[in-house]
Ligand binder design. Structure first.
Ligand SMILES: *Cc1c(COP(=O)(O)O)cnc(C)c1O
Length: 262
C-alpha cells in the first residue's frame, strides 16, 4: 500500500518499475556510465509482503526499509512461509536499512540487513562490531554486513548524519578500519525535499561525491569507498548523473510519483 492506502495492481507496479529502470539507464548513459553501475534499491516501507514478492518475481534484488521493526516483521513472515531456497526466501534478496538505526536495535539489524546506509557515529559503529563479534553464527552467511556512512550534506537540523566535514568523516572511517566484522563501502545522503530538485539536489549530490573522493585520496579507510547511495523519487535521475551507485526509490514504484517523466 502507498501512503494514501491504495494497493496498486501488479501491472501498475510492473510499468512503474520499467519506467524507473529506463530513467536510470537514460541518466547513466547521459553521464557516460553503464546502467549496471547503478543498483536500484526498491523502497518498500509503504509496501506489503505481497508487493515485495511481486518485485522479487520481477527481478528486483535490493529492498530498502526505513525501520528495523517493519523489516523484521516482513522478513520473518516471509521466512516462516517460504522454504529455504524457494522463490520467496527472504535471503534471496538484499535488505538495506535506509533509515536511522538506534543502537538498541543493532542486534536485530545485523540479522536481517545486508547493508546499513545510516551509520553516523563512533558509538553505533562500535555497537555493530560488538553485535557481529558476539554472535557470529546468528547472522546468516548470506549477509555481507556492508555499511555506508550517512552524511547530512544539507545540514538539515531535523536529519541524522555526520556533518559534511572531511576531517570528521575521515576520523570515523579511520576508526571503522579497525572494525573487522563489517565493511564500509561508501557514503549516503538525502537531499532536502524540494519542488525543484534540479536547483537543490544536484549540489548536494556533488558535495557527497567530492567528500567520498577526498576520503579515498586520504586513504582514510582500509579499502577505497566505491559506493554513493543518493537519490530518491524526486531526484534519482539527477543522482545517477552525479555518480550515484545506489538509488533508493519508493513512491515512483508504488504510484505516488510527483514529477512524472516528461
Ligand atoms: C522513504 C525513503 C526513500 C524513498 O523515498 P521516495 O520519495 O518514496 O522514493 C529514500 N531514502 C530514504 C532514506 C527514505 O527514508
Amino acid at each position: 500500500m502507498n501512503p494514501s492506502g491504495d494497493a496498486i495492481s501488479r501491472e501498475t507496479l510492473e510499468r512503474n518499475l520499467r519506467r524507473v529502470r529506463e530513467r536510470i539507464a537514460h541518466a547513466a548513459a547521459k553521464s557516460g556510465r553503464s546502467p549496471d553501475a547503478v543498483q536500484l534499491i526498491a523502497v518498500t516501507k509503504y509496501a506489503d509482503i505481497e508487493q515485495i514478492k511481486e518485485l522479487m518475481s520481477m527481478g528486483v534484488t535490493n529492498i530498502g526499509e526505513s525501520r528495523v521493526q517493519d523489516a523484521e516483521f516482513k522478513f520473518k513472515t516471509m521466512l516462516a512461509a517460504a522454504p529455504t531456497g524457494g522463490p520467496f526466501d527472504p535471503y534471496r534478496i538484499n535488505w538495506h536499512l535506509i533509515g536511522h538505526l538506534q543502537t538498541n536495535k543493532a542486534d536485530k539489524a545485523v540479522r536481517i540487513f545486508h547493508a546499513l546506509h545510516s551509520v553516523d557515529s563512533v558509538r553505533l559503529a562500535e555497537v555493530l562490531q560488538h553485535e557481529l563479534a558476539r554472535a557470529p553464527n546468528a547472522a546468516h552467511p548470506a549477509l555481507l554486513h556492508q555499511v555506508l556512512l550517512e552524511v547530512n550534506v544539507a545540514q538539515d537540523a531535523k536529519k541524522y548524519g555526520l556533518e559534511p566535514k572531511i576531517d570528521e568523516i575521515c576520523a570515523l572511517l579511520r576508526l571503522c578500519s579497525e572494525l573487522d566484522r563489517m565493511t564500509v563501502i561508501g557514503l549516503m545522503c538525502m537531499a532536502p525535499h524540494s519542488d525543484d530538485p534540479e536547483a537543490t539536489s544536484r549540489r548536494v549530490f556533488r558535495r557527497l561525491k567530492d567528500l567520498r573522493d577526498e576520503a579515498n585520496e586520504r586513504h582514510a579507510y582500509r579499502l577505497p569507498l566505491t559506493e554513493l547511495s543518493m537519490g530518491m523519487t524526486q531526484d534519482y535521475a539527477i543522482a545517477v548523473e552525479e555518480g550515484a551507485t545506489m538509488v533508493r526509490v519508493g513512491s515512483a514504484l508504488f504510484g505516488r510519483e510527483k514529477n512524472p517523466v516528461q
